[in-house]
Each structure stands twice: as C-alpha cells, then as structure tokens.
Design a protein around this ligand. Structure first.
Ligand code: F6R
Length: 610
C-alpha cells in the first residue's frame, strides 16, 4: 500500500526520492508526490497515475533540493485525485506524508476548523499536517510539535515531515505502520520499506511503536513514546539489488515464479546442512514451547491463508496435533475459545498485514502467549510481535500476486510439521530421514514443473477468452485449487472459484456447461479414484477439463479432458509442486488478456489497512 521516502543530504535529493518511489511502486498505489524545502519555500508536485508522470512534472518544474519527502498513495479516505495525493501542506510552510489511517480524524478536523484551519482534501492525513503546524505556531520546534501532535492521534501512522521554518532537519514518527531510518555518510533517509533507500545505504534503524526521530545531515536521534532519547540497534540490510531488478524477465511475477527452486533451496539450506529438524531454527525457546503445546491455530490472509490450509493436513496427519486455520480478519472479531496450550502461528509474506497483526494481538490478549511468525521480511512488525520466528528466504517479492512467498511458506510449514512430529514422538529416525530426502529433492521437482511452461502457455490461450473458471482439488490439494483460482482472478480478472471436488454435486455442478473450463489438481494420491469420479460428473455435463496430474497417475486424455503431467509423484510435498502449474496458468492467461500482471487493479502488495 502507501509508501514513504525522505532524504536530507548535501546533494540534490530529488533523484533519490524518485528512485525510492519507483522501488515502492510494487506495493500498489494510485497517485504519487514529492515535497521539497528549497530557497526557504516548500514546493510540491503531485500526480495521479504512475510515478513516471510525477517525475516528468518535477523535471518540468525544475525541482532540486537537499531536503525532501515523497509518497505513493493507495486511496482510502477520499478518492484518487491530485488534491488527495500526498504530501499535504499546512499554511504553505510544512509538508507531510503519511501511511496508515487516523481514526479520530473527524474530531480533529472539527477542532482544527474552529482554530481557523481550512482543508483542501478529503483525506484523514491533512489533520496531522495542521495539528503539527498548530503546535509549531505555539512556539514549539518541529520535533516537539510532532511529538505533541501524535499524542492526539488514534489509529495507525508512519509520518515524515519537513518545514521551511526548520530547513536543516526532517522529523518522523511511527505507530502501527513500519518506518525506518537509513544512515548514510553526511546524509540520512527515512523510508517505509528498506527497498526504497537500499541504493543509498544499507545501514538502517527500524523505529519501534511510538518512536519519533529527528534527522539532520550529520545525526539521527530517536525518542521513545515517553519522549526520552533512546539508542536503537543499527541493522545492515541484506536485501539484494538483484531481487529488486527485473533482469531478463518481462514481469516480476514471471521472475519470481522461476526463482522458486532457488528460493526453496535457500529456505531449507540450514535444515539440509544439519540433516535434521532442529527446533532451534524457530528460536531459542522453541523446543520447550513445541513440546508443551497441544494444538496449533494458524492465522493469515489470502494466499498465506491457503498455505495455512495446506499445513493443516500435514500437522494433523504427520504431527498428530489438532490444527485450526482462520482468516485473520474473521478471527480478530470472533468470540474465540482460548487455549493457552495452543501454538498461534501467523503466516505473512510482508509481516505487515494489519488484519494478521491484529489477530495475533487478539490471540495474545486471550492468554495465548506461544506465538510463531512465518514471514519473508526480516524485522517486520508481525515477527517482532511474536516469540518464535521462521524466516522464509524467498528474497524480495515484488509482483503483487504472491508466488515464491507461497511455496516457501509451505516449505516452512512442512519443516514446522516435522519438527513438531519429532518432539511429539510421531517421527522416528527413519521417517525423519525420508522427510529430509523429500525436501532435498524438492527444488529439482519444482524445476521439472517449471519446465511444463510451454504446454501451459497453450492451455492459457484457451482460457484467455473465458469469463469464468472452476478449480477442483481434494484433500491436501484442495487449498492448491483455491490458490489457483485466486491467482487467476487477481491477475487475469477471470472470475474463478475453487471447490473440494466432492462438493461439486452439492451445488456448483449447476454452473458447468461447455463455456466453463474446469481445472483439476489430481495427483496420484489416495483420493485419485474419487477425483476421477468427480471428473466424470463434469464431463457428463459437457464441461471442458484441464487436469494437472503426475506421471504415475495413469490419467488419459480423452475428448474434452486435457492432461498435463507434473513429475513423478513427490509424496507428501506434492501440493508444493502442484502450485507451480496453477501459477503459470494464471500468469499466461493474464499475459494473453493484456492485464497489468505485476500491479493488478485495486490491489496492493502489503495490506496495511483493515
Ligand atoms: C495474493 C496475495 C495476497 C496476500 C495477502 C496476505 O496473491 O498475495 O492474498 O497473500 O494479502 O499478505 P501477507 O502474506 O503479506 O500477509
């Protein structure tokens, strides 16, 4: 969603701001803007649409300065208009960018109107700019004015502010939305995501909840929620520039689909090196916690939720522990029956998803303190709020549609399953060796599935003109059908639904006719014969079938039944391999329809609002 970048330096920071905003584009946005302090004036340029359009406007207006802030906005309060785009300015003196939502903005607006402020936008953000200006006008310096203002805000924010009254510094604040400070040589930066500033510096301080900070060229000072100056750790980011570049690929989604063998190999590297499922990989106290728990509760959204649904089959069958999986936005508002002996597992690629974070907080507030985060972004909010952490090593995922994050989440959940099984006496040495062997072969099996791309391209051309599609799976492959339908709808805009194949006759069969393609995930597992019968039910109604199966399933092509064979059955890890063809199908169908694959309409990469 929204992105922030800011810089104070001895050089022109405008190119830094523009590059930073371009690196934040992947998060999803609908307008962009920058503000600078130059020659004792605040200047601003904003545009709806792409950063490139705003860049051209900044070029035309000869924007140069050594202090500035920039923003990509994903509209929440107020439509997609230039007037609602950030930065927002108060009294021509102070400019501010904001991520998050201010819940008490209406009350603040009333108060500020009474104080004589006028409003130019429909956003919740503008009140913050006026509030800080109000405190500045009472004689406080910029930092103190910010500290007073944020005390009056309810909701979530990451804020960066510059003022022409104080042209030698920038101030920022964080509550509920990520914000970090980048440390350079004689220059300093602020950003909502390290990728925005990684070409300028890798040394970063992740601000904590309630922190404010003051940046000059030479110095950064951080203050905690009480206003006391506090030292915060400096981290060196290992985000690689290569993961942020497209390279020879047409889209990030295509690149990330093809990176999966490497992403999986990196994620399992430590396990393969140790040749053992070791609980210490989840954190210091993991062994005690894992031994003590009696059940697992998974919380996540979207694709990450489907990873959780897949894991339920593994955790119950292999580790023998009851496992519940909930959509985070539902769990957080349900009257949950708490179980302190339950391990709360959150799954989030970004580590920022607001609903998942709130579900975690709610679970903890009910006395469920054993928490594990499976996440792809180090130091993000959700792992920081969890006792145990397993980082997937997928590398930066830029395409809005999750691909390599999903398969590495599945790998992490499989490792969790085996570790729990071992500690609960359900995995002897021989079985552990078998599971490790299966993992070792996984990157190769995924590569074989990727090699099916030419056949899938041919299928996708038949899909592209369709309006609707059905996806079917059973057992552990049902969540892969759900994921296939989600991928197809979010990037190609073809309406797609997934059902457990056995459920077809209870309703959805009514939808099947010759115009409805039906994708079936049907590997050679114990439910194969059942799936074959379900396929007959569809064929009998004239539906056209597209079946992904494995080499040893003896599935034959017939009229209206098309078959693509994935590699030999890879046993328990089969859902991971079968995620690949459904990703490729969605990607190529979207390509054929000419949609914006990496930035599908209305969607954002990190969903930091409710
Ligand atoms: C779909 C997709 C989303 C995310 C969901 C959760 O391709 O990417 O459904 O999975 O928004 O995001 P994270 O995993 O960052 O919490």
């Amino acid at each position: 969603m929204c992105g922030i970048v800011g810089a104070i330096a001895d050089r022109d920071v405008v190119p830094v701001l523009i590059e930073g905003l371009k690196r934040l584009e992947y998060r999803g946005y609908d307008s962009a803007g920058i503000a600078i302090v130059a020659e004792e004036a605040v200047r601003r340029v904003r545009r709806t649409g792409r950063v490139a359009e705003m860049e051209a406007a900044a070029g035309a207006e000869d924007f140069h300065a050594s202090l500035g802030i920039g923003h990509t906005r994903w509209a929440t309060h107020g439509g997609v208009t230039e007037g609602n785009a950030h930065p927002h300015i108060s009294h021509g003196e102070l400019a501010l960018v904001h991520n998050g939502i201010i819940e008490n903005h209406e009350q603040q607006r009333e108060r500020l109107l009474a104080l004589g402020y006028t409003f130019e936008s429909q956003t919740d953000t503008e009140v913050i700019a006026h509030l800080i200006h109000h405190y500045q006008s009472q004689g406080h310096d910029l930092l103190v004015a910010l500290q007073h203002a944020v005390k009056e805000l309810d909701g979530a924010y990451a804020i960066a502010v510059i003022s022409k009254r104080d042209p030698q510094r920038m101030v920022c604040a964080r509550m509920g939305c990520p914000l970090l400070v980048g440390l350079g040589e004689g220059e300093n930066f602020v950003a909502s995501d390290v990728s925005a500033i990684v070409s300028a510096t890798r040394r970063v301080i992740f601000l904590e909840e309630g922190d404010t900070a003051e940046l000059t060229r030479e110095q950064v000072r951080v203050f905690d929620a009480s206003g006391a100056e506090i030292p915060r750790d400096v981290h060196v980011s290992d985000v690689s520039l290569a993961s942020l570049e497209l390279g020879p690929y047409r889209h990030f989604m295509q690149k990330e689909i093809h990176e999966q063998p490497r992403a999986i190999a990196d994620t399992i590297e430590a396990i393969i090196d140790r040749n053992s499922f070791v609980s210490a990989m989840f954190g210091e106290n993991a062994e005690d916690i894992f031994r003590d728990i009696e059940a697992v509760q998974i919380l996540a959204c979207g694709t990450s939720y489907y990873a959780g649904l897949t894991a339920r089959y593994w955790i119950e069958a292999i580790a023998g522990l009851p496992c519940a999986v909930d959509i985070a936005s539902e769990y957080r508002y349900r009257q949950v029956v708490a179980n302190p002996k339950q391990l709360i597992v959150t799954i989030s690629q970004s580590g920022e998803t607001l609903d998942t974070m709130e579900a975690l907080k709610y679970a903890k507030s009910l006395g469920q303190q054993r928490t594990l985060s499976i996440c792809n972004v180090p130091e993000s909010a959700i792992p920081r709020a969890s006792e145990l952490v397993f980082y997937t090593r997928a590398g930066a995922e830029i395409g809005v549609a999750s691909t390599k994050a999903f398969t590495t989440q599945l790998v992490a959940l499989f490792v969790l399953t085996c570790t729990l099984a071992k500690l609960h006496g359900r995995l002897d040495a021989e079985q552990e060796a078998e599971m490790l062997e299966a993992l070792r072969h996984l990157p190769g099996s995924v590569q074989h599935a990727l090699n099916l791309e030419p056949q899938i391209v041919a299928w996708s051309e038949r899909f592209a003109p369709k309006q609707h599609a059905l996806f079917l799976g059973r057992g552990v492959h049902y969540p892969i059908a759900l994921e296939g339908a989600l991928k197809l709808k979010e990037i190609s805009y073809i309406h797609a639904e997934a059902y457990p194949a056995g459920e077809l006759k209870h309703g959805p069969l009514a939808l099947v006719d010759a115009a409805m393609p039906v994708v079936v995930i049907a590997p050679n597992d114990k439910l194969l014969e059942k799936v074959k019968s379900n396929i007959q039910e569809v064929r009998a109604r004239g539906g056209e079938m597209f079946v992904f199966t494995d080499q040893d399933s003896h599935f034959s092509e017939s009229e209206g039944v098309h078959v693509i064979r994935t590699p030999r059955h890879v046993g328990v890890l089969s859902p991971i391999v079968h995620a690949i063809p459904v990703q490729l199908l969605a990607y190529h169908a979207a390509l054929a329809r000419g949609t914006d694959v990496d930035k599908p309409r209305n969607l954002a990469k990190s969903v930091t609002v409710e």
